[in-house]
Design a protein. Sequence first.
Length: 52
Amino acid sequence: MTMPREEEKGATAVEYGLLVALIGAAIAVTVGLLGGALDTLFSNVKTTIAGA
């Protein structure tokens, strides 16, 4: 049994929505985990450049 075209498009939209949500969650977790380390790194670079 084949699905009508409208149902296939709806399923695809839901799948893309879930994929976008998963990517967004991964980005948020990565920024949360690395945010402090990146802040320290850029602060050190800024201090080094200011002292040069």
